[in-house]
Design a protein around this ligand. Structure first.
Ligand SMILES: C[S@@+](CC[C@H](N)C(=O)[O-])C[C@H]1O[C@@H](n2cnc3c(N)ncnc32)[C@H](O)[C@@H]1O
Length: 384
């Protein structure tokens, strides 16, 4: 079985290299050396096929043949290990709910480590230990004395600590809120987040040395995502561009939407919509809409979008028009959410509807702004 695991590991590394997910021999070697099966615990969740709400079925390691378990471990797939705080090994049966921890697909975590610029002797802070797999890659490449990783969920953190120790790695592991970083280990050369953020906490930024980098997925409550690499400057700020690709992560727990009960959609002012609301289903379209209304939660789909502003209670609801080929929007409350979305989407469409990699982020001591094209182009403030 050890031979089979080694063969599958090398096969995975070859596949990642062939598809350019890893190009640096350092990180290819880390994939070849890291037994992912050690990090999947005793069970993982398999998702149901679309359409319909996803059901997560626990698959226990002892319920399938050892070689089938290894085959799952070496798929370049994200395996969800926790739903709404319930680890797969503790699940009583299939569940519906939101993933709260996972082993991200190996190709993506290896690529992120490469994209962060992490090199031997760098001190790295990882936010979102999860299963510990990416932490193990970092330990292999940089040495465990250079690696600190933070996990907010105590059950996931305990599990990762054990898996790392069983694999021979004892980096600094912190159980706590990674949005606060770990000042005791600062300054870091690289910070890599495998959970997403709505904005960049200044306290975290201050733990990175000038010239160091932060790689993080910017996300929000409209489910827009953009992976950005920021370089820290000497003045308490940072800047950088969003990167190509389609990277999404679960949002950092303290940055998630506040919980709310059932809501009522109330009547408001109705008018024709200037844009097709279905643009919010597009990867870049929802990234742009989210920039325009960062405190709005998006519900709905296609032409029937619903925005609920968490800060003010403002609402917007779109529909297909009854008497034309167009669409209508109904808005109420102090913030005209759809007006802001239309302005941002039209600005983006005039620029040719580019991917988020045409955007950048500049952080100064008093503002965080995402811009389109160049730093002096159209820009939107992040909710800090
Ligand atoms: C996608 S998983 C991480 C995958 C992991 N790097 C791996 O390779 O297995 C995201 C993790 O971030 C954690 N997380 C969420 N919010 C966090 C926060 N504020 N601080 C630290 N970890 C957080 C989640 O509990 C989850 O385990």
């Amino acid at each position: 079985m050890t031979d089979l695991a080694a063969t599958l590991r090398h096969g995975l590394a070859d596949a990642l290299a062939a598809e350019d997910w890893v190009t640096d021999p350092l990180w290819r070697g880390a994939v070849e050396a890291t037994p992912r099966e050690n990090f999947l615990g005793q069970a993982l969740y398999k998702p149901s096929e679309p359409p319909g709400p996803t059901t997560w079925t626990p698959v226990r390691r002892d319920s399938i043949a050892p070689e089938d378990w290894l085959a799952l471990a070496y798929e370049d797939t994200t395996w969800v290990t926790q739903i709404d705080g319930i680890l797969a090994e503790d699940a009583p049966g299939p569940l519906t709910g939101a993933p709260t921890s996972s082993s991200t697909l190996p190709g993506l975590v290896a690529q992120m480590i490469e994209r962060s610029g992490a090199a031997p002797a760098d001190r790295v802070l990882e936010i979102g230990t999860g299963t510990g797999y990416s932490t193990a890659l970092l330990c292999h490449g940089l040495g465990e004395h250079n690696v600190t990783s933070i996990e907010v969920d105590p059950h996931a953190a305990d599990r990762a600590r054990k898996a790392l120790a069983d694999t021979g790695h004892t980096p600094t592991l912190i159980t706590g809120d990674g949005l606060r970083g770990h000042p005791g280990g600062a300054p870091y050369d690289r910070v890599i987040a495998t959970c997403a953020m709505r904005h960049i906490p200044y306290g975290l930024l201050r733990q990175i040395r000038p010239g160091g980098t932060l790689l993080v997925t910017l996300a929000g409550w409209s489910f827009g995502h953009g992976l950005v690499r920021l370089t820290v400057d000497d003045n308490g700020g940072a800047s950088g561009r969003f990167l190509p690709g389609y990277t999404s992560f679960m949002i950092a727990r303290a940055h998630d939407r506040p919980p709310h009960g059932p809501f009522e959609l109330l009547p408001g002012e109705r008018r024709p919509s200037r844009i097709d609301p279905a643009i919010l289903d597009d990867w870049a379209g929802r990234f742009v809409a989210q920039l325009a209304v960062p405190s709005a939660e998006r519900l709905g789909l296609g032409t029937e979008q619903i925005l609920l502003d968490v800060a003010t209670g403002s609402q917007a609801r779109t529909r297909r028009a009854q008497d034309s080929d167009g669409w209508t929007v109904e808005q109420r409350g102090p913030v005209r959410l759809w007006d802001a979305v239309e302005d941002a989407v039209e600005t983006w469409q005039r620029a040719g509807s580019p991917h988020p990699s045409e955007f950048g982020l500049t952080i100064t001591p008093d503002a965080q702004r995402v811009w389109l094209g160049t730093p002096d182009g159209p820009s939107w403030a992040l909710p800090i």
